[in-house]
Design a binder for this molecule. Sequence first.
Ligand code: SF4
Ligand code: SF4
Length: 363
Amino acid sequence: MWCGFSCPQTVYTEIFLWVEQKIEGNRGARIRLDGDRLSMEKLVKKWFKHLVWIGIAAWTGFTFVGYFTPIRELGLAFLQTRMGSWEVFWVFFYGFATYGNAGFMREQVCKYMCPYARFQSAMFDRDTLIVSYDAHRGERRGPRRKDMDARAAGLGDCIDCALCVQVCPTGIDIRNGLQYECIGCGLCVDACNSVMDKVRLPRGLIRYDTQNGLAGRWSPAQVMRRVFRPRVLVYASVLALLVVGLLASLVTRTPLKVDVVRDRASLARLVEGGRLENVYRLQVMNATESVQRYRIEARGLDGLTLAGEGSVEVGPAESRWVPVRLQIMDGTASPGSHPIHFDVRQEQGGAQVSEKSVFLVPR
Ligand code: SF4
Ligand code: SF4
């Protein structure tokens, strides 16, 4: 179900294929176009296809990175052509990966690169539903005339039209049994059913079934009874625990994040009034949907005070860098590095975050 219908690799490959078909035509037309000499029509079609692909890939990279960083600021970075930031790098990275994987690599990613496919085989057993060819019913395969009695001729239901092989995106023949390349997309099921309709035979020569079901010729009800076996119950319990853990972490999550960076330009300096000062930059990230004001405090050293503004306002789903100066009276702390804490508290609401740092006292 995951590989064939939900995996982004499959979904994006389908989207890119759809675009390709709309612009270049069906498979036959595309093969002809590829074989044609270079012409204006070929050039326009190819360029237009890649333009649409790049548009989809770029939008994917942009929105994906937008999950992790305020998307309005990211959009501004592009509009103002500030191309040096890490966020912009990741937009290009994911955009390029989408373009390459869905436009060119396609099922090769499933066959040679995807770790999920390898991991999945460890969860397989003979009662796992897979796309299967019913060899009992299909063999001996072979073409037949309309007026011929296939059974009397020793033929099964497979007319050996090879449509199931032609439609398979990974190029396998499902009639050879379970193969690791199968991504369970079900295209061969649809293709074979259409053939069965035409030759007036029951559908389901290729269908979702289990290895035990095929070997024992089980009915669908018998196959479904094996769903509640110990292996599935254990996996379901583990999954349920993970879902509960995820929900608990969502409910208890703090809608505020803070990063502390020391100002490396001036580690420690003496300022007016005989005070020793360290300078920091705090990145305050507001993960709520409304404007928030946060109070910043520091603790960990006797007489530690915060010089300047002790609060900051941050827009919805935005982050702000705030310069913060901490001071102590010179001579009140021994030379060296002293651990301190920044406490950032939401003024309207209970969110609070403590971040560690150090206060440096020079010798
Ligand atoms: S064998 Fe069938 S289900 Fe498997 S990848 Fe090929 S077309 Fe898809
Ligand atoms: S599509 Fe069906 S009938 Fe045709 S070769 Fe495949 S299994 Fe046989």
